[in-house]
Write a protein that binds this ligand. Structure first.
Ligand code: PRP
Length: 172
């Protein structure tokens, strides 16, 4: 594995420290309320569980899976697994591992907003604004990264390496 890694971008300790800081900001924003965390499979699972573990607010969890249609069809997204429960009247935090072009997040925001939640906001582990093609309002983010291929803490290369505890840049 170490042969495929160019360098460690953020250690496990740095990631958890930053998650605690973001959790504190979330708790301030939603003080006294209940929060529905919606994870987008599969990348967000590790971040979502780490975040949920340090939040002291009452949280509910639900998950969505989406299919995109490759780089030839940017922005074409479809729901492959829908939420189990309605979100009407709830405060929803959409939890992502990474926001790149923004197409996925924009689609999900529009789709979920149509289900009449009380509020909806985006929380992402990584934000790669250099790749953004459509604007999306990222309210909570742990790290901004540049245009390198990153694996670990949920992010994959050909479905592998999601289970690394740290974030690393892959060799080109
Ligand atoms: C990643 C990530 C977001 C999306 C962001 O998912 O989890 O859902 O891409 O990209 P965008 O901003 O360019 O739309 P991916 O398709 O890699 O699936 P995965 O979570 O299963 O790894």
């Amino acid at each position: 594995m170490s042969g495929e890694i160019e360098r460690v971008l953020f250690t496990e300790e740095q990631i958890h420290q930053r998650i605690r800081e973001v959790a504190a900001a979330i708790e301030q924003r939603y003080e006294g309320r209940e929060l529905k965390l919606i994870g987008i499979l599969k990348g967000s699972v590790f971040f979502l569980t780490a975040l949920a573990r340090v939040l002291t607010l009452p949280v509910k969890l639900d998950f969505l899976a989406i299919s995109s249609f490759g780089s030839k069809n940017p922005g074409v997204v479809r729901i492959a697994k829908d939420l189990d429960e309605p979100i009407e009247g709830e405060d929803v935090l959409l939890v992502e591992d990474i926001v790149d072009t923004g197409f996925t997040t924009r689609y999900l925001l529009q789709n979920l907003a149509g289900r009449n939640p009380n509020s909806i906001a985006i929380c992402t582990l990584l934000d790669r604004t250099t790749k953004r093609m459509v604007p999306v309002p990222v309210e909570f983010r742990c790290f901004e990264i540049d245009d390198r291929f990153v694996i670990g803490f949920g992010l994959d290369y050909k479905q592998l390496h999601r289970n690394l505890g740290y974030l690393a840049v892959m060799k080109p």
